[in-house]
Design a protein around this ligand. Structure first.
Ligand SMILES: [Zn+2]
Length: 458
């Protein structure tokens, strides 16, 4: 064994190339050490929550700057703060330009270091959603949201106002970087996003066009911007956001309003003149006082119930005398009564009856694609299919000369000849045919003439 080792040692001495490589290895090591100490300098790697963020010369530098930042935050939030980011240090070598100078180190640490401060969280259904500096600020934001949600019309008084969600304020330690200003909190709650896109209204713009271009809904834009009407002026600033409010406001209101009673049309058959049609008496709308209770969500009526109706002025029947050979839509005498029809879809009326210079033959009710359309009353489907500009179109005959029509549907669920009951889902809202966005174009015809659906809806 010993012999073997000696022999080996001899061999090494004799082996010149190996000797040379040993020397060069030593030289390399010296160069490396010199390079390490002269060009590189001993430093510390700084880890924030386990992630390397920078290199510093001394640990003390970091500690001092963190103490400075903490003091600044305490001044800013007027409350004690606690550092929540965990800092760790590790010895290393670094070239001089890798080691951060003090001023850039502070900037870096300000970005990284998270502090908890005493704040207030708005808790929605158990989830802390929005953080503010104080309970007072949170309360102010919530009362602003609530106040706006009631949106009373003339003659309406508030019965009840509440958040749909379970909303509470909780004082707690909150990461300082999550605290938002009351305005930001308001926006966040109303739209569900912190940084909504803005749009400046241009000449010739309309809500429909803006909604269409941004793949949005008119009622979303109206809600996010608290618009009371569709009227826009160039230069107006709109927030474009697909609003998904974090908190919804439900208001129950009682209202009193004068509504029109549309006149009825009576048909009298004159056997003596088979082909003539003449108006014997002109119709005249009446007036009634309606007392109702409505439920509004974020200011938009969801449901309305008539409590009391008082006739102020009776309507005067229109009397039409027709010959026996004239085909009339009537099935017996007409008993059109206001409030007989139910809303096929609840939503904002984005274009009233008679708009567009009197050419608008129905009302446009804004609603999302797919919203169920209900039959306004019981009747028979007399058309279900595509009809030109109306797109997918349903017509329901309710008898007594009353027909309702539903245009621009996305899907139709009934077929011609089918009996439907009031409230049955007959189609869904879409934007088929000559339409610039999802909505229901709803028409009411009485003996073949277009009438304002609002006079019949309850
Ligand atoms: Zn329309």
């Amino acid at each position: 064994m010993k012999e073997y080792m000696c022999k080996k040692w001899e061999e090494i001495h004799q082996d010149k190339p190996l000797f040379i490589s040993l020397v060069s290895l030593l030289t390399l090591a010296v160069i490396f050490i010199v390079w390490g100490f002269v060009i590189n300098t001993p430093a510390y790697s700084v880890y924030a929550d386990g992630k390397e963020v920078c290199k510093v010369k001394k640990v003390k530098e970091v500690e001092q700057i963190l103490a400075e930042i903490k003091e600044e935050k305490e001044g800013q939030y007027k409350t004690e703060t606690a550092l929540i980011t965990k800092f760790e240090f590790c010895r290393t070598f670094a070239s001089k330009d890798q080691v951060l100078a003090e001023h850039s180190l502070k900037k870096q640490l300000e970005k990284i270091a998270l502090f908890n401060v005493k704040g207030a969280a708005i808790v929605v259904n158990g989830n802390p959603q929005v953080f503010l500096a104080s309970r007072k600020e949170a309360e102010r934001v919530l009362s602003r949201i609530k106040e706006e949600g009631k949106d009373l019309e003339e003659g309406e008084k508030l019965l009840e106002l509440a958040f749909e969600e379970n909303v509470t304020i909780k004082e707690e330690l909150v990461p300082a970087n999550k605290i938002v200003s009351p305005d930001e909190a308001y926006m966040l709650i109303k739209t569900g996003t912190e940084s909504p896109e803005k749009y400046i209204v241009k000449e010739g713009d309309s809500l429909w066009l803006i909604a269409r271009r941004n793949n949005m809904y008119v009622d979303d834009i109206m809600r996010a911007n608290n618009l009371k009407s569709e009227y826009l002026q160039p230069g107006d600033e709109l927030i474009l956001v697909k609003s998904k409010p974090l908190i919804n406001v439900i208001a129950r209101v009682e209202g009193e309003k004068i509504e029109e009673i549309p006149y009825e049309t009576k048909i009298v058959i004159d056997k003596n003149v088979p082909y003539s049609v003449r108006v014997k008496q002109k119709g005249q709308n009446g007036e009634k006082k309606v007392v109702y209770v409505a439920v509004k969500k974020n200011g938009v009526t969801q449901d309305r119930e008539i409590k009391q109706e008082t006739i102020i002025k009776k309507a005067v029947d229109k009397i039409v005398v027709k010959g026996t050979k004239v085909i009339v839509a009537s099935r017996g005498s007409s008993t059109v009564r206001a409030g007989k029809l139910i809303w096929p879809v609840y939503g904002t009326i984005t274009s009233p009856f008679g708009a567009r210079g009197g050419r608008h033959t129905g009302v446009d009710i804004a609603a999302r694609t797919g919203t169920p359309i209900k039959a306004a009353d019981s009747g028979t489907v007399i058309f279900a299919g595509w009809q030109g500009g109306y797109g997918k179109f349903v017509i329901v005959d309710h008898g007594n000369g009353i027909v309702t029509r539903y245009a621009h549907c996305n899907k139709i669920y009934v077929s011609t000849g089918q009996r439907v009951n009031r409230g049955d889902v007959i189609a869904s809202v879409g934007s088929t045919g000559n339409s610039t966005g999802p909505h229901l174009h709803f028409e009411t015809l009485v003996y073949g003439s277009f009438r304002n659906p609002l006079n019949f809806l309850r």
